[in-house]
Design a protein around this ligand. Sequence first.
Ligand code: FAD
Length: 557
Amino acid sequence: MLHHDIVVVGAGLAGQRAALAAARAGHDVAVVSKLHPLRSHSGAAQGGINAAIGAEDSVDTHIFDTVKGSDYLGDQDAIEFFCQQAGPTVIEMEHFGTIFSRGDDGSLARRAFGGAGFPRTIYAADRTGLALLQGIFEHLSTETIRIYDEWFLLSIVVREGRVQGITAFDRKSGQIEGIVAKAVIVATGPAGRIYGRTTNAHSCTGDGIAAAYRAGANLKDMEFVQFHPTALLESSILITEGARGEGGIMKNALGERFMTRYAPHVLDLASRDVVSRAIVTEVKSGRGFPGGYVTLELMHLGKEKIESRLQEICDFSRAFAGVDPVTEPIPVFPAQHYMMGGIGTNMQGETNVPGLYAAGEAACVSIHGANRLGGNSLLETLVFGKQAGVAAAAYVSGAPESRLAPTDLERETGHFLALRARTEGESPRVLRTELQQTMDQSVGIYRDPDDLYRALRKVRELQERNRNVHVVDPATTYNLDLTDALEVGHLLDLAEVIVVGAIARTESRGAHTRVDFPARDDKNWMKHTIARWTSGGPELSYAPVAYTRWDPTERVY
Ligand SMILES: Cc1cc2nc3c(=O)[nH]c(=O)nc-3n(C[C@H](O)[C@H](O)[C@H](O)COP(=O)(O)OP(=O)(O)OC[C@H]3O[C@@H](n4cnc5c(N)ncnc54)[C@H](O)[C@@H]3O)c2cc1C
């Protein structure tokens, strides 16, 4: 059995920032990650990170844009704190060594992003996530933090009303290990692979959210799923909002700049829920290109700007869609991109389980409410990653010793042995594909109640079939077939929470659009959905939204 004061699960930006804060408070910190830290999905972030710096912009405008973007479901106290931390956070990252792009006068370059009243997205070309990750990883390496990479979280152990540690599977040795810890910080990132059409990496399977849910943590607002308007047609690889921020425009098959119909003031730079609905409406109304898509044009920006500011998306378009953005329009359609929901936390990253913390995309504070603004998520990982690290450090100083019982490991080992002993059964890949097709078809941008109920029946059927999941590959080390089987169970659990929450919420708000309830209903639905695990499925309850200064008004862009 291994021992640490604090275990951070996940080594993306949120996990690394949390680990750094906890270690600098003088604690023995370990990081457990199923990937090498630099391969975390944070490294795929393209467009940038928001901060109101410079004389013309203001923190108050950033706060207002975020509140409005959230369709008034974001907690305003948390949003205020978050936006106030933005400037210092970006400057700290620069001091950590992140090389941001510069304007002609040498100051930090900023680009326009959707739903923002001012161009406040700071970037490193179109590789911002990687630049941030590299900067912070160098600093992590200067601390005595133990990193267990290629270790896969299996369970969070909660006993006597508090966290005792985790169990994990070492992919390199094939062994199941226990790590005793007083506090666990979950920073396992996105769960986008619940959908087939997603910009998220294959590793984004919501493992930590599912483990926390099973351990008794409340999940918050899971029905709010963001679809990014511009993903490459077939591969769903992201074409950053930065492309529109640099001046890119979308057109339908009639050559119309269709956003004039949906967001007459800011056009292509309306918030993501608005633009994604617009694209789907255009295609459904027969104004899309054959095969169902619209185009994003960058040609007018000129070769030099496209290739310097948007180099990565040039490479992606050429390699994966066979089009050269310098001379041709890029075919795009919305794809799942971000989960507004996650493990419910307060501003300190605390969950309802003592000793359990969460940060980053796995968490829901909530600052994004019903719709996240582009550029706010990278910022969230750093601001609330640090908060969680500081809070966990303070907690472990006064917490009693933790203990893992032999039965904690035996339970996981028994489960594994049963899985490996099975000689036939369901393929994890088939289960995952059927889930993804169901979610793509029935729990997308526009949500019809019949489709939602059909999806729920299908998810429950798949959960039943998953009890008999079969791992074909007998390998004991680096067995991806085995981790696929574990991940599909997590995807199914979270899909169930999304669908149950979406059925219950009889209104349209942010990214959740019910065709039978097309209006926002502040009287009945200005509240967070809370889901708690029970053996019979998620049990829902509701929690109030925190207000400070902004009364809900109609959202127009
Ligand atoms: C293509 C793309 C582009 C984006 N661009 C932007 C952008 O420009 N601006 C912006 O603000 N946001 C952007 N986002 C969103 C933003 O990048 C993410 O929300 C954020 O980086 C998530 O960081 P994280 O630290 O929470 O998780 P991640 O970076 O995904 O890290 C998760 C970590 O958890 C570990 N992990 C997962 N499961 C397990 C397990 N079972 N056991 C052990 N470890 C586990 C992984 O190994 C990884 O280290 C983008 C997202 C995508 C997908």
